[in-house]
Design a protein around this ligand. Sequence first.
Ligand code: NDP
Ligand code: MG
Length: 390
Amino acid sequence: MTKRLTILGATGSIGQQTLDVVARHPDRYEVFALTASTRWELMAPLCLSVRPRYVAMSDEAAAEQLRNHLRQAGSEVEVLGGNSALAFLAAHEEVDTVVAAIVGAAGVRPTLAAVEAGKRVLLANKEALVVTGALFMDAVKRHKATLLPLDSEHNAIFQCLPAEGVNEGVERLLLTASGGPFRELDAEALKQVTPAQAVKHPNWDMGPKISVDSATLMNKGLEFIEACWLFDVPVDKVDVVVHPQSVIHSMVAYRDGSVLAQMGTPDMRTPIACGLSWPERVESGAQRLDFSALTGLHFEAPDLQRFPCLRLAREAMEAGGTATAVLNAANEEAVAAFLDGRLGFTGIPDVVERTLQRQDAPACQDVESVMNVDRQAREVACRLIEERGC
Ligand code: NDP
Ligand code: MG
């Protein structure tokens, strides 16, 4: 049976790699809808080659530009505009699987729309889960959605866990971290790093926001929170291990001393193919691991002094309520400011920590209230960035 897909964030790194895997299996997957935000020039060629039924741009002006362009090119793809169009296509009755690959909290509503429609949801957009936490996981249960992680670490843990998930026999989850491009820099040198250096990850080719998150270790912090929610484990059952080669994508330690690891070359098409086809396996296009060429696997503990974001994320998860939403909102604003030269690299954890100290983070019963906290936290973070400067 062909599976029909909506790809949220189709123009991004994960979106395009998903399309690469999908194109290898025209008998299995049909692209029903693609969505993006403003980059209609990237979306236009995707529409012409993939020929989805629908495309949606959250930005209305971008939708209009795309509509005109596609009309001139003779394409019959229907172009929608606005945020509600994304949620509509994520929840559409003709769709089986939704790839959630928007970056940041902008993905909360469309991803939740897919969950609430009971879809098979392949989650790359970790921020959606970090922001809404229990509300997200409750919605998965209530609406009988199937949630499969695309984040390479969580996909690895998912593969290493027993079929029924975490049970008595599971002792710990071990999240591996590459350590990012600045793993060996001292505290003084970290102050001087530039956006161009930060977006160049040693092992993975990713969008700019997650690349900066990998450099600060906030990505691992968000993944720590993501692991607690996805696998329903307390914070003290999750460890982070720095492993610069990114060959082991994460591990599960069992109470009898066994440790199961999932390995592969660092290529997101492997977890994407796994999520798309699970429980079957399909060709992903990823290069195979050549053990004779591996020169040794290295492991070390993360340095929380130089990279405080991981500590902040763990503390936010322990604090509960909407602290992880505050953490995420402050981080999104700080990363955006760093990328356009308004904040230094070491200002990122500083802004996040001070936002967490200033912003109330009450427990919320609905997404609307969580998004209110998100808005307030952004205001606090933006003020701090302005006051602080570079
Ligand atoms: P990119 O920046 O490459 O792509 C982001 C996508 O989201 C684009 O399609 C973009 O559209 C869309 N988007 C951005 N803002 C909005 C908005 N306000 N409303 C709707 N759509 C929006 O990101 P990545 O692909 O790198 O990352 C996507 C997610 O996957 C992130 O949550 C990231 O943490 C996660 N992830 C990524 C990995 C990777 O290897 N890249 C690995 C593991 C997880 P437009 O092009 O129009 O701006
Ligand atoms: Mg990851």
